[in-house]
Design a protein around this ligand. Sequence first.
Ligand SMILES: Cc1cc2nc3c(=O)[nH]c(=O)nc-3n(C[C@H](O)[C@H](O)[C@H](O)COP(=O)(O)O)c2cc1C
Ligand code: SF4
Ligand code: FES
Length: 586
Amino acid sequence: MARTNGRIPGVEARAGRSPGPSLIRSLNAIQREHGWLPREQLVRLARDTRRPLYELEGLISFYPHFRTTPPAKIEITVCRDLSCWLHGGDERIARIHELYGDDAEIEVREVSCIGRCDRPPAATVNERPAVVSELNDVVREARAPGGAHAGGLRTGQAASCAAAPARRHWPNDPYPEGADASHYGVVRAMLAGSLRPADTIELVEHSGLRGMGAALGTLKESGLRGMGGAGFPTAAKWELVATQEGEPKYVICNADESEPGTFKDRQILAEQPHLVIEGMLIAMLTIGAEQGWLFVRHEYGPEEEAFRAELAGARAQAILGENVLGSGRRLEIDVFTSPGGYILGEESALLECMEGHRGEPRNKPPFPATYGLWGKPTLMNSVETLAAIPVILERGGQWWRDQGVRGGVGLKFLAVSGQIANPGVYCVPMGTTARELIELAGGVADGAELQAFQPGGASSNFLGPEQLDVPLDFKPLADAGSMLGSGALVVIAEGTNLLAAATNVLRFFRDESCGKCVPCRTGSHKAHQILTELLERGGGAGDVDQRIDQLEETMRLTSICGLGQVALGPVMSVLRMQRTGTAAAP
Ligand SMILES: Cc1cc2nc3c(=O)[nH]c(=O)nc-3n(C[C@H](O)[C@H](O)[C@H](O)COP(=O)(O)O)c2cc1C
Ligand code: SF4
Ligand code: FES
């Protein structure tokens, strides 16, 4: 592992600065109890934990979820990002300010994507999901003493009454519909030593493996790649962690999912928590970990509840606990609720957050596989990746490969939103084209013509109608000048100002920049300011000058993490399309 002066690069700056256990959970607990963070509670926490108050202030000022003033009786948040913006977001937000702006009981806040892009413009009332068109009724309910939205999720009372989606049977679920008793079959087989003996034999001989190798051969054969954005081969990552010497090891399921247009992991958590948990348990057995964590964004309250309920059920069946299925092995999974911010989805920022620091990405290497949570080898995968593991081990690696089309491997969950007839989550063969997916989702809304689409969430470059037949897969999308990214297809109909749409995306990145590096922090502000002023003057792509190209190049080449590197990518793709009349090029 690369070291400088005996220290681990990327963490030396804070080494010794804020030692001790994370205070984020304590802050979450205070906010849950009071709805905010009263000063006297902070002073007490600092005194009880013998930590300086400035450390607490540093955390509170970084994370958007924490508040240092009491909330209004009713807090409305409204999303202003792309999928919601395409549904008249700006006008509706202005209307909400008009309606409630003078109401002393109500506070209206505009926020980044809340992961409910399929019900645009998305809103929350006292942290409970709502839609803008129903806001009047929801607010009336919230005003009523004891009403369903009074207090809301922030006091921990109303989580269970938030509408949970009906559970459907998805093609990645190896267990028969309605047969809950059959769940966790792969974990049972692993612990009984009866999981695909051929693979086990091959892997028991694998040098240096410190966990149970039974899953790795099948996983390798499957060709599964990480669905969190980068597409890193899953088996290679698992093997790397499994062969590390450090102890203990950890497994983290990354459920931060905060990129505009992206909500597939939310659906998987709500409808298939058993597969996510089983995927985590298989990972833990494979790499030799006892402890797993779900890191979940705080806006996913109902989904967190579904996950916790499934955990409780698994514990009751001894699938989790001190002595799993009588095997003598301890396997535990805990939930860490994120205090907010898109950047926490970046793996090293997530670790910083869990360790109790400001969630700023680390310089890499080292990667989490070698130096992860609390410096220990850590396996981090996305929700979708982990939910694919049970079916692969149940039906075999070749079965998974066979699910793809046009050379694609496996199944893919994709969130479809924007100007589309039936927004939602679709599970399709990897390699399905954008045209096929849009048809599956009922076509462009109101029968309009398609102008452009983002195939992989806010980070992905816009593509045009002539690229509708590109397979939604890692390489074909990269060859077309975009990426599969966060698995979110956002549809834009004719008649929308595409440069304004791309500027909306840039605003998201500007707002979510953690501020650690100057090019991203100031570059995103500057570029957004230039484009906003140009749009306000009625300018278009032809009026954009070289400053944007220069800012894009600087940010791409010098930002520490993916956020700054791609922040101006979507804008550049629109400029290329409109300057040259052709779609985005690599
Ligand atoms: C700015 C940024 C945000 C990210 N957000 C997420 C996220 O919400 N969920 C996720 O699984 N991965 C996210 N990632 C990727 C993670 O860093 C990491 O690669 C991923 O969790 C690994 O899981 P996988 O191997 O299953 O893809 C993000 C990366 C960046 C740069
Ligand atoms: S690129 Fe942006 S988000 Fe990433 S570390 Fe730098 S300032 Fe933070
Ligand atoms: S909830 Fe509005 S863009 Fe996702």
